[in-house]
Design a protein around this ligand. Structure first.
Ligand code: MLT
Length: 265
């Protein structure tokens, strides 16, 4: 891992491989390590950058709300430091919210988009209230309570019952997140913009991935993005829940490989 100072915070990231740049943006409340299997594969042919987003992994937490735009600007500043003008953005869940914010801010810097287990909508009033409650619980009780609440929703039932090593890995990532970082991200997600109208403006080649059993950002959300983003491809990963890249890495990686080949990258 390397640490750089960007926009007043110290930001951690990992880098591997050489070639056309690919930046992978993790979900909440995870960190760059969720992309292990994708980095292994992609770094044979690409330069892969995996940041820890603001308040996650080794990147400093800030108080208040960490907005999707702030996280996107952090990533842009990191790419500036690495002299990377354009990249493919692969992003899961909250990473997808950040990728859409990035696209809105810096469309020319996006060579292609891979949007996994994410959605374009803003939160409902009820979702916002739940996020605030969770932010307070994270701060008062620690991340154990967040892990307990989230794990059953993150993984497909068969992953939870039959693959304890995956549940343990995801749990470990959640527990390693700082409560202050998680609370700031929850508050940032709660006030994120509705990006539905951005979708029809996206001209970057786009691959949409979703676990067939994702109950947090279900296939219906992926289908909506597929309808709205011109020329996009949609791949449903059967047997996976919300963390489809960890639950079904081969299927996830094959979809990415085919996509990158189809856009000659
Ligand atoms: C994530 O996996 O990043 C989160 O579940 C997204 C969210 O809570 O909306």
């Amino acid at each position: 891992m390397t640490t750089v100072n960007v926009r007043g915070i110290s930001l951690n990231y990992a880098e591997a491989g050489e070639g056309a740049p690919v930046a992978l943006l993790h979900g909440f409340p995870f960190n760059h390590s969720m992309w292990r299997e994708q980095v292994e594969m992609l770094s044979r042919t690409h330069r892969v950058i995996t940041p820890d987003l603001r308040g996650h992994g080794g990147t400093a937490a800030t108080g208040g709300a960490a907005t999707m735009e702030e996280m996107a600007q952090d990533v842009a500043a990191l790419l500036d430091q690495l002299s990377i003008e354009r990249a493919v953005f692969g992003a899961l869940s909250m990473g997808g919210y950040v990728a859409l914010a990035f696209y809105q801010l810096f469309p020319r810097r996006v060579r292609a988009l891979i949007l996994a287990d994410t959605r374009p909508h803003a939160d409902t009033g009820e979702a916002r209230a739940n996020r605030e409650a969770m932010a307070r619980r994270a701060l008062e009780e620690g991340m154990e309570t967040v892990a307990e609440a989230m794990l059953p929703k993150l993984l497909a039932p068969a992953t939870l019952s039959d693959r304890p090593e995956i549940a343990a890995r995801v749990r470990e990532m959640i527990l390693s997140t700082q409560p202050e970082g998680a609370a700031a991200a929850l508050r940032g997600m709660a006030i994120r913009k509705d990006q539905t109208s951005l979708l029809s403006e996206i001209i970057a080649p786009t691959l949409i991935l979703v676990g067939g059993e994702d109950i947090l950002t279900p296939p219906a959300d992926a289908e909506l993005m597929h309808r709205e983003i011109r020329g996009s491809q949609l791949v449903v990963i059967e047997g996976a829940g919300h963390v489809s890249n960890i639950e079904r890495p081969s299927e996830f990686n094959n979809a990415i490989t085919d996509f990158l080949k189809s856009i000659e990258l």
